[in-house]
Design a protein around this ligand. Structure first.
Ligand code: MN
Length: 229
């Protein structure tokens, strides 16, 4: 089985499961908080804005974000992550939360300079969003222990100083709406991750920084930042 050879960081163990499974798709949502859209000078979307990150970008709590030589301006984006636990296609919004096995806090690290250049050229964001270590993922907490996903506080501190803080009730599209929407495009499968968008307060990180992210009811995420040698 090729999956046996994946780095351990690219596997997750779903609640109640005995064995880790490979991380699948990373479905990421842009502009899902109005104040973040505003700080980026962007309009609020009328349908979810979806992009993908590769599973090779995953790191886990305690590991290190590596700033690539191609970028001089890498930003933090703290996000609630919904972890898909069963296969589904064309999921009804009313049943969508049944497909979420766990939640975690994550970071959608973004090379903002490369993203700006891509926007100008109307190129995709894959490079700006997809570097190795650009998708830190906190420990998974079973969904039934988290409660209402639209009533959680999400928070990021950089070197102990608060940079981002919001309630998930400010999300434009709810987790249920996003799962249903994405499932009309992509067959969802266990091990897929949905990064649900960042609130306002994004900003640059530097080598030596320490990032601490929290989400109500979930175990925290702690990563260091280093510039590539
Ligand atoms: Mn994001």
């Amino acid at each position: 089985m090729p999956s046996e050879n994946l780095p351990f960081r690219m596997k997750i163990t779903l609640p109640g499961a005995h064995r880790p499974i490979p991380v699948g798709k990373l479905l990421c949502i842009g502009r899902n908080y109005a104040k973040h859209a505003e700080e980026m000078g962007s309009d609020v979307p009328d349908v979810p804005m979806v992009f993908l990150k590769p599973a090779s970008a995953i790191i886990r709590s305690g590991e290190t974000v590596v700033l690539p030589p191609q970028s001089q301006n890498v930003h933090h984006e703290v996000e609630m992550v919904a972890v898909i636990g069963k296969e589904g296609k064309n999921i009804d919004p009313g049943a969508a939360l049944e497909y979420v096995a766990a939640y975690a806090v994550g970071l959608d690290m973004t090379a903002r300079d490369l993203q700006s250049a891509a926007k100008e050229r109307r190129h995709p964001w894959s490079v700006a969003k997809g570097f190795d270590t650009f998708a830190p993922l906190g420990p998974l907490t079973p969904a039934d222990q988290v409660g209402d996903p639209q009533n959680l506080e999400i928070r990021l501190r950089v070197n102990g100083e608060e940079r981002q803080r919001a309630s998930t009730d400010h999300m434009i599209f709810s987790v249920a709406d996003l799962v249903a929407y994405c499932s009309r495009i992509f067959t969802l499968a266990p091990g897929d991750l949905l990064y649900t968008g960042t609130p306002d307060g994004v900003g640059p990180v530097e080598g030596g920084d320490v990032l601490d992210a929290t989400l109500t009811g979930c175990a925290p995420l702690h990563v260091r930042v280093e510039r590539a040698a």
